[in-house]
Design a protein around this ligand. Structure first.
Ligand code: FPP
Ligand code: MG
Length: 289
């Protein structure tokens, strides 16, 4: 199981969740880094567990530029390795207060809800922008939000409002991150992405470009409703998305959430860690600039 976990975790990834968690702790005046590192590790283990399971659900062959664990080790062992990481994560969380453990559990519950909501809207052109925002809040932003909330609470800041401010900031960072990830599925190349381009189109996933295009392009709506698209149909959808206004509109939505993240962050006292978080938000946005 360690080998399977290592295969995924050793492949890198952006580690943006633990980065936000550690900076949130410092930005709220935290000093004892060991506590914050525990939260950051627990979060990344939960995220890794969810990726192992996600690659089984989506039948993904490639993750982080290498064979997915599912492809290399098979479904059964990958499934159990995900459970292993998830259990290890909660072993670490067990050190925290009951309220903080509950926040971590809430994030995990949201992850499962997000995954199920997403599959309910797979190949379903009824999906709305609101549905989309609900999905990405649950499947991505919740883990950012609760990670920051836990580490900020562990920092014991002078005002409880700081915990809320950093949790709000992290939620918008998570939303920005997922919106950017969805846009890159249409605009990036495979080497940059570490996974094939157009995966959301191929899988009928309700990603942002598709959700926006469905409402205005009947041909995209028709192909979105069709499972098992041919390579030609995937290229046709990608071409229509690239030529439409949805990428610009998606970029605007990412920028809006980036601004909301900046605003929440501005409620914290000035520090170099707060500056780093401001820079991180801008860095996420440059991926689609
Ligand atoms: C990847 O996103 C997947 C997720 C962020 C969440 C997956 C959640 C589960 C499988 C539920 C299991 C939960 C726990 C707590 C173990 P994506 O599919 O948008 O990205 P991708 O294109 O990189 O696969
Ligand atoms: Mg996936």
């Amino acid at each position: 199981m360690t080998e399977i976990a290592d295969h995924l975790i050793g492949a890198g990834g952006k580690r943006v969740r633990p980065t936000v968690t550690l900076l949130a702790f410092r930005a709220c005046g935290g000093v004892a880094m060991a506590d914050a590192v525990d939260v950051a590790v627990a979060l990344e283990l939960i995220h890794s567990a969810s990726l192992l399971h996600d690659d089984i659900i989506d039948d993904n062959d490639v993750r982080r530029g290498r064979d997915s664990a599912r492809r290399k080790y098979g479904v059964a062992h990958t499934l159990v390795a995900g459970d292993f990481l998830f259990s290890r994560a909660f072993q670490i969380c067990g050190r925290f207060d009951a309220e903080q453990i509950n926040w971590a559990a809430e994030a995990c519950i949201a992850l499962t809800e997000g995954e199920i909501m997403q599959s309910r809207f797979r190949n379903n052109p009824e999906v709305s922008l609101n549905d989309y925002l609900e999905i990405i809040y649950r499947k991505t932003a919740s883990l950012f939000e609760q990670g920051a909330r836990i580490s900020a609470a562990l920092a014991k800041p002078e005002s409880p409002h700081m915990v809320d401010a950093i949790a709000t900031c992290a939620r918008h960072v998570g939303l920005t991150f997922q919106i950017v990830d969805d846009l890159l599925d249409v605009t990036a190349d495979e080497v940059e992405l570490g996974k094939p381009v157009g995966l959301d189109v191929r899988e009928g996933n309700p990603s942002l470009p598709l959700v926006l295009a469905i409402a205005e392009d009947p041909e995209v709506a028709r192909l979105f409703a069709k499972p098992n698209l041919s390579e030609g149909e995937v290229s046709a959808v990608l071409g229509r998305l690239r030529r439409s206004s949805v990428l610009k509109r998606g970029q605007r939505l990412a920028i809006e959430h980036g601004e909301l993240a900046h605003e929440a962050l501005a409620r914290l006292p000035e520090s170099r860690y707060r500056d780093c978080l401001h820079a991180l938000i801008e860095q996420l946005l440059t991926r689609i600039a």
